[in-house]
Every structure is written in C-alpha cells, then in structure tokens.
Design a protein. Structure first.
Length: 91
C-alpha cells in the first residue's frame, strides 16, 4: 500500500522556477501550492512527480532535470530520479 504521508519540495521564487512549479502542479493535481516571499513550497499527499517533458514544454526549451537543483531549497520524501522523472515518496 502506498504511503499518504505528506511530501514536499521548495524552490526559490523566481522566473527560472515558474515553469518547474507550473509543471509540478499540472502533473500532480492533488498538490497544494504555498507561496511565500522568496519561496515556493509544493505539498502533496504521499507522492510528487516532477516530469522533464512537462517542464520542457512549459519552458519552451530542452530541460535537464538536474537543473531543478539550482533553485531547490528543501524537500521531504525519499528521492527516486531518472533522466525523465524526479519522484518524491515515502516507501
């Protein structure tokens, strides 16, 4: 059975992170956005997926998922990553 323990990811709030945040919200309908000055946090119950293809489409350019680390502040959950997806979940 999959865990529903909350996971989150937080980024600096800037123009570079907007397509990443929009992609996460598009691919994770249960995710909740929490915007603060200089920080954007996305919470999700159990699992959160960041998809390279969705970010690339919204950014209008090729996107390497490792680019998320540039503006990443914090996260909660076990990380499973590939070239195409960055997944946070508790196992």
């Amino acid at each position: 059975m999959a865990s529903t323990q909350p996971v989150f990811i937080a980024f600096q709030a800037n123009n570079d992170t907007r397509p990443i945040i929009d992609a996460i919200l598009a691919d994770n309908p249960e995710a909740k956005l929490n915007e603060m000055p200089a920080l954007v946090k996305i919470d999700a119950p159990g699992r959160l997926v960041v998809k390279r293809d969705t970010i690339a489409e919204l950014a209008g350019r090729d996107f390497d998922l490792r680019e998320i680390y540039i503006n990443l502040i914090s996260l909660s959950g076990e990380v499973d990553e590939s070239d195409d997806e960055f997944v946070l979940a508790w196992r």
